[in-house]
Write a protein that binds this ligand. Sequence first.
Ligand SMILES: [Fe+2]
Ligand SMILES: [Fe+2]
Length: 371
Amino acid sequence: MNMHSSEAATAEEAIAAQEALPPLDNDAATAVAMQNTLLTPRFYTTDFDEMDAIDVTPVRDEWDALIAQMKSDPNKGHFKKTADWDADWENMDPALKAEFIDFLISSCTAEFSGCVLYKEMKRRGSNTDITTLFQLMARDEARHAGFINDALREAGIAVNLGFLTQQKKYTYFRPKFIYYATYLSEKIGYARYITIFRHLEEHPDKRFHPIFKWFREWCNDEFSHGEAFALLLRTDPKLTQGRMNRLWIKFFLTAVYGTMWVRDHQRPEFHKALGVDPAWYGQEVYRKTSEISKQVFPMTLDIDHPRWRKGLDRLQDASVQVARAKKRGGVGGMVSRIGGMTKATLAFVSLYAIPAIPNETPVSSRMEPAY
Ligand SMILES: [Fe+2]
Ligand SMILES: [Fe+2]
């Protein structure tokens, strides 16, 4: 009897379990997952030797507690269908179905992007603290990606994870930027999943697909991953202190928040079905993420600044213009596309120029998922 990805102890086992399932129409979903634009999830590579050299001694107690908790594996076996799984693809409105599939493919790619990076770090490293952590995180992300693929399979498609590992383009980030970006994406992932989960607790009639029922345990995994990166960032003050670091952290915060806004506004039917206003959702997720990120970042973005929403809306308008121009093609399309990209850049600069709110980080970064 083959093992299911939810029971796997390692990322490799989870991926193999997924690949052993009967082949479906992988091509369409994999083509979407292969896209590399500013808005789609990317795969990352880094200087693994530099990461391997991290010494976690300064945060030893918190580190050991976190690793012990992850090793205890509270979510083993969670990410698989049970009697609670009542998916009804047949009766889903076609426009909603298209957006939901896009959401699932993009989420699967993002989960798997984490898996590939963490798995590679484990493979290349020799520092037991680091390899243990990365093996545990890769395990979780492989289960998450596998579970989303299970959901997609019912709609007759799946992302070919093995193909993606080999063929998708890898973007290089130096380790410090990997910490900023992954710390943020883990914490924003937690905030996104828990906000939807809590909303659907109050409005169960809006739960148009069963996968949302799995979100609470899911986001607890992401929360732990974020805690691990918070600890890594705290091993060395040189990683977060000083003027240049502040500028870079602000850049990553603005880019991640801005991308999320644009992406979410591309899925109006999905949000309508959930009964969620994407603008409300965005601000809610930023608020939670900002509050959590005070554990390690020297500032938060001023998301209540009068120019914040305006800047996001301008970014959104510009991205609509770029998408339309791409479709149109030809010289007219190209001119309009360049215009749209210029507008997007200006909107981003205006968001980035909003003064940040300085933050004094606490002595211990330890946090529990509280939302
Ligand atoms: Fe994940
Ligand atoms: Fe994660």
